[in-house]
Design a binder for this molecule. Structure first.
Ligand code: ZN
Length: 165
């Protein structure tokens, strides 16, 4: 048990309500769901999946949360591409000597259907993280605000290990 790399896990959660603007695009895991609207409301592109993964990653490295790195009061972040925020967060994590190993997320929603775009979402998230990201969809079974289609929530975990220097 010598020289075993230190590993850390982080957990992230995010939730966004649906927008009242019918023209608002639906973006999940960096993928735009054409023809599905309205999308989610938020200061950035409201990509609830990218946000949960980013929070899990930052938590794993002890770097706080997404709001402290990318505040929703920053006018430069209005409509921001959240995949790029994840990419920046991954760079910050690496700068501290941690290497992302993987992330996994559960998206709770009835619609849009994720199955056809799951591979695209995983590819975009994995590219931004620089490590495998897996995505699972889970129905809310009619329970609570998510079951009433008021928004979409996502839970994520991320693992990082000490980079060998
Ligand atoms: Zn968010």
């Amino acid at each position: 048990m010598t020289d075993a790399p230190e590993i850390r896990i982080g957990q992230g959660f995010d939730i966004h309500p649906f927008s009242v603007d019918p023209a608002r695009p639906m973006i999940l895991g960096g993928v735009t769901f054409e023809g599905f609207g309205p999308g989610l409301a938020g200061h950035s592109d409201a990509d609830v999946v990218a946000h949960a993964v980013t929070d899990a990653l930052l938590g794993a490295a002890g770097l706080g949360d997404i709001g402290s790195h990318f505040p929703d009061t920053d006018p430069d972040l209005e409509g921001a591409d959240s995949i790029e925020l994840l990419r920046k967060a991954a760079a910050s994590v690496r700068a501290l000597g941690w290497e992302p190993q993987n992330a996994d997320c559960s998206v709770v929603l009835d619609a849009p259907k994720l199955a056809e775009r799951r591979g695209d979402m995983e590819a975009r998230l994995s590219d931004a993280l620089g490590a495998p990201v897996t995505v699972k969809g889970k129905r809310p079974e009619g329970i609570g605000s998510l079951g009433r289609h008021e928004g979409i929530a996502c839970w994520a975990v991320a693992l990082v290990s000490q980079a060998h220097g």
